[in-house]
Write a protein that binds this ligand. Structure first.
Ligand SMILES: *Cc1c(COP(=O)(O)O)cnc(C)c1O
Length: 397
């Protein structure tokens, strides 16, 4: 813990700047240093040490100082009691599932989720560990109620969902979970805590890929689970110390630095994405646009209730064109880069073709192939003009 603490009497921007940072006790430097060491000096008599402890300074897989500084900030931004930061978003998700679930338990998860969640819960946990899993459209509350079982331990949702931007009602699903003795985890990566705080809406856990908006610069990987200390202690012991998903000090330091500007970047992402979505919606060559900030979006009313001040920087859209024209469109872009990942400073686009194995879980309009577009923080006009010149080149404008 830093000596100077920043509770909720301080605003989000102030906490993004200060929480977890402090004057370095040894040198007086105004930024805490990166500690690139994997071990810490032992006490005089180490024989009764708990070598699996995640508390003190022992070994960096048991917890490193840069990881701890970052955990302090992320816990504060997500409104949680405690946080564990791991090596990637997927390490956080798999660590959460591994630590909470045992054979015979039942999990319900959103039909639209990050691909690794689908693999973990639909192929690995059920086949290897005998965990029962049900995929459901969690934007439909009755559908969620219908699949609850006496052994339902966890509901895992992603909202907005990757890649269709489907919106699920966090507060309502938290109530359904709790009435039935289950826990709710929410993947908050697309919104970031600037736009949505699942724990305040009743979720037991928020999960973040720090790789995306929180780091924001496309140069580091990390993941976080935020929630109550009683669960996080278990997750730390199992997922970090024993499964070994620890984050490197350098990555933790980079994310600490990147996260300082999260609120400023998110304002620009929110603004740019809404403008781009509205522009795309007016183009004849565009078959559909999915963005929760658009009034035409099915989940817009729910999104307005739980997201503020904006709807994030990711949208999806399709072209009225064949497969190859989608590739040509990407090839012609000059500002926007063709790459996976999202939440970077730079605009990134990825063409998800017609043969995605999860197509059957997506709404109809996604079946002919579509783009997932992470709108960056460049000048709005440059992004729109880039889309425009490329639509012209492929004959769609
Ligand atoms: C990228 C992403 C993840 C996985 O995070 P990594 O840091 O790549 O492991 C999980 N959930 C969502 C919604 C994502 O976009």
């Amino acid at each position: 813990m830093s000596k100077r603490t920043y509770g909720n009497e301080f605003g989000f921007q102030t906490r993004a700047v200060h929480t977890g940072n402090d004057v370095d006790a040894e040198t007086g430097a105004i930024k805490r240093p990166i500690t690139m060491a994997n071990s810490y000096e032992l006490p005089y008599d180490p024989t009764d040490m708990n070598w699996s402890s995640a508390d003190g300074n022992l070994y960096t897989r048991n917890g490193g100082s840069n990881q701890k500084y970052l955990q302090e900030k992320i816990a504060s931004l997500e409104g949680g009691e405690d946080c564990v930061v791991l090596s990637s978003g997927v390490a956080a998700l798999s660590g959460l599932f591994f630590s909470l679930l045992k054979s015979g338990d039942h999990v319900i998860f959103s039909s639209v989720t990050y691909i690794a969640v689908y693999r973990l819960l639909n192929e690995l946990f059920n086949n290897k560990f005998n965990v029962e899993t049900t995929i459901v459209d969690t934007s439909d509350l009755d559908a969620v109620r219908k699949v609850i079982q006496p052994n339902t331990k966890l509901i895992h949702i992603e909202t907005p969902g990757n890649p269709t931007l489907t919106i699920s009602d966090i507060k309502a699903i938290a109530e359904i979970a709790h009435e039935n003795g289950a826990l709710l985890s929410v993947d908050n990566t697309f919104a970031s805590p600037f736009n949505q705080i699942p724990i305040e809406l009743g979720a037991d856990f928020a999960v973040e890929s720090l790789t995306k908006y929180i780091n924001g610069h496309g140069d580091a990987m990390g993941g976080a689970i935020i929630g109550k200390k009683e669960y996080l202690d278990i997750i730390r012991a199992q997922a970090q110390v024993n499964l070994g998903g620890a984050i490197s000090p350098f990555n933790a330091w980079l994310i600490m630095r990147g996260s300082v500007t999260l609120p400023l970047r998110m304002k620009q992402h929110n603004d740019n994405a809404l403008k781009v979505a509205k522009w795309l919606e007016k183009q004849d060559g565009v078959s559909f646009v999915a963005y929760p900030g658009l009034e035409s979006h099915k989940g817009h009313e729910t999104a307005k209730k739980q997201m503020s001040p904006g709807f994030g920087g990711v949208l999806s859209f399709g072209l009225k064109a064949d497969h190859d024209t989608h590739n040509k469109f990407v090839q012609n872009l000059r500002v926007i880069t063709s790459a996976v990942s999202l939440g970077h400073d730079a605009s990134l686009i990825v063409f998800l073709g017609e043969d995605d194995e999860r197509q059957y879980l997506y709404p109809e309009e996604f079946h002919n192939g579509f783009f997932r577009f992470s709108v960056g923080i460049e000048d709005t006009d440059d992004i729109i003009n880039d889309l425009k010149q490329s639509l012209e080149k492929v004959g769609l404008l």
